[in-house]
Design a binder for this molecule. Structure first.
Ligand code: 4NP
Length: 172
């Protein structure tokens, strides 16, 4: 089931993968590009994190940056590890794979505010359940990641806009 997105106020969305150097920073970049193009950057807060802290402080993997740049997506974030407070701070936390989803669940207390879901629940043109980890593979893996992210992120934005019926030109 696709979770409900908040209808009013700031939308806070966090993308999560293992290392926060490939999939989730790319998701952050793709979502940021779409939201900026829609003129909604003041309304959306977009971030990413990893379930491990091994790469904390590092920029996105160069292979991911290169593939994203070819699609007009700049990856500017630095890796960080998810922490318990994120579960209360964000509205929606999207895990790239089931392992990430399980690890987020281990962090989450009963009172968490965030809805947690698998990213691929939002994909409309792909049947994958997970965004596959490209780290140990070739360039095609990074392209696949971006294909899935562009699909799901467009749907996330479409759903939010449809539900809220918020048009920047009429709500300035
Ligand atoms: P990510 O990819 O979870 O999409 O950032 C990986 C990054 C690092 C490692 C594995 C996957 N690693 O094993 O260090």
């Amino acid at each position: 089931m696709v979770p409900d997105l908040p209808r009013v106020g700031l939308v806070k969305i966090l993308f999560v993968c293992l290392g926060n150097i490939c999939r989730s920073p790319a998701a952050e970049g793709v979502m940021t590009k779409l939201v900026t193009e829609a003129g909604l950057e003041q309304v959306w807060e977009i971030d990413s994190a990893g379930t491990i802290g091994m790469h904390a402080g590092n920029p996105a993997d160069v292979r991911m940056q290169t593939a994203a740049r070819k699609r007009g997506v700049a990856l500017t974030s630095r890796a960080r590890q998810i922490w318990t407070a994120d579960l209360d701070r964000f509205d929606l936390i999207l895990a790239m794979d089931r392992s990430n989803f399980g690890d987020i669940g281990l962090l989450a207390g009963k009172s968490r505010r965030a809805e947690v879901a698998l990213f691929c629940e939002f994909c409309t043109r792909h049947r994958e359940i997970e965004v596959p980890d490209p780290y140990y593979g070739g360039p095609e893996g990074f392209e696949k990641v971006l294909d899935l992210l562009e699909d799901g992120c467009a749907e996330i934005l479409r759903l939010w806009r449809e539900e809220k019926r918020w048009n920047p030109s009429t709500n300035a």
